[in-house]
Write a protein that binds this ligand. Structure first.
Ligand SMILES: [Zn+2]
Length: 336
């Protein structure tokens, strides 16, 4: 019997409407995550809630997350918005507008900010996180090394086939590069400290985000060149929009394309991503009102129905543990 691919549901649990860049840091969306969780449970899926410190400090979210962990209904991982995570030491003219990556900060600050989130999750939720996703998909080798030293064993920040533009960078800031993930593997791999898009020896298993490659040569050419060029980024969106496993503005075709791509390419899992703030009316630009949230939930339910027979649910940490166990078994067999 061939093994079914996994369906990994990841939620970036973060403040309300981070897209506004207003520095408001509200966490009202904590009250809306339960609806998503109930839907997952109904279909037998256990999500991974990648949690920021702001949300871990919300009593409503902390109570929800403690219940999830105690009943083993999902996993609590770590997500970080470096610009609003203590210790706060401004890096740009206005970090709430320019949203620097964690790896833009000094090594000491990277370490201290991660400690802060880990401690917030431990204290308020009673769990030590092992899974990670950087804010705005940010990751570099130095951060990966530090994450490993803090017990993180799985990451899902890498988006193959996609480079990320930094046209919104602070012109005065020193470090303001984009993310060059275009050539990263689609299959899981252990991260390298030298280059996070290449396999290496760090004890963190990378679970790349499910993204469908460009359709044609023009699409490929455009998508590789989006760094620092807003015009090309716009052309790219028109000519060959990146299709990844997200549900934006009710576009369920992206989800279908992603599931089909995983099955056709024999990839070991499909990884879905959403922000907790999208569950709240007015919590994100994609869900301005109740109607759009209802539409989102209907789309997620259709995803669960269509994935039901072909995928089995797993959390990020579980997937990592199974992967390592299979690898050890293989090594043991080869050695004996
Ligand atoms: Zn985020």
């Amino acid at each position: 019997m061939t093994k079914l691919p996994a369906l990994i549901l990841t939620v970036d649990v973060e403040e309300d409407n981070a897209w506004l860049r207003d520095g408001a840091r509200q966490t009202k969306n904590a009250a809306y995550i339960g609806r998503f969780h109930e839907l997952c449970l109904r279909y037998g899926f256990r999500p991974t809630y990648l949690t920021t410190s702001l949300m871990a400090e919300s009593p409503i979210y902390a109570e929800f997350a403690r219940g999830v962990a105690q009943r083993n209904e999902g996993e609590i991982g770590l997500h970080i918005h470096a610009w609003n995570t203590p210790p706060i030491k401004p890096l740009t003219r206005n970090d709430d507008i320019y949203l620097p990556y964690l790896h833009d900060f000094s090594e000491d600050l990277i370490s201290d900010k991660l400690d802060y989130v880990i401690e917030a999750i431990r204290t308020n939720i009673g769990v030590t996180p092992v899974s990670y996703r950087g804010g705005r998909w940010g990751l570099d080798g130095r951060t990966a090394r530090i994450l490993a030293s803090k017990g993180i064993t799985a990451d899902c920040s890498i988006t193959p086939h996609v480079n990320w533009d930094r046209h919104d960078r602070d012109p005065d800031a020193q470090s303001a590069k984009g993310l060059y993930y275009f050539n990263a593997p689609e299959q899981p791999y252990f991260l390298s400290e030298e280059d996070v898009t290449k396999p290496g020896n760090l004890p963190i298993l990378e679970l790349p985000f499910t993204t469908v490659p460009p359709k044609n040569a023009i699409g490929k050419w455009l998508r590789q060149r989006v760094i620092g060029n807003a015009l090309i980024a716009r052309l790219c969106l028109l000519a060959d929009p990146p299709r990844s496993m997200r549900l934006i503005d009710g576009n369920e075709q992206d989800l279908k394309d992603s599931l089909n791509y995983v099955l056709q390419s024999n990839l070991p899992y499909a990884q879905f991503m959403i922000h907790s703030s999208e569950f709240m009316p007015g919590g994100s630009p994609y869900t301005p009102d109740e109607e759009s949230v209802d539409k989102l939930f209907a789309g997620i339910e259709r995803l669960f129905v269509s994935a039901g027979n072909n995928f089995v649910g797993q959390t990020v940490g579980e997937y990592r543990n199974d992967y390592v166990a299979a690898l050890e078994k293989k090594t043991f067999k080869e050695a004996s």
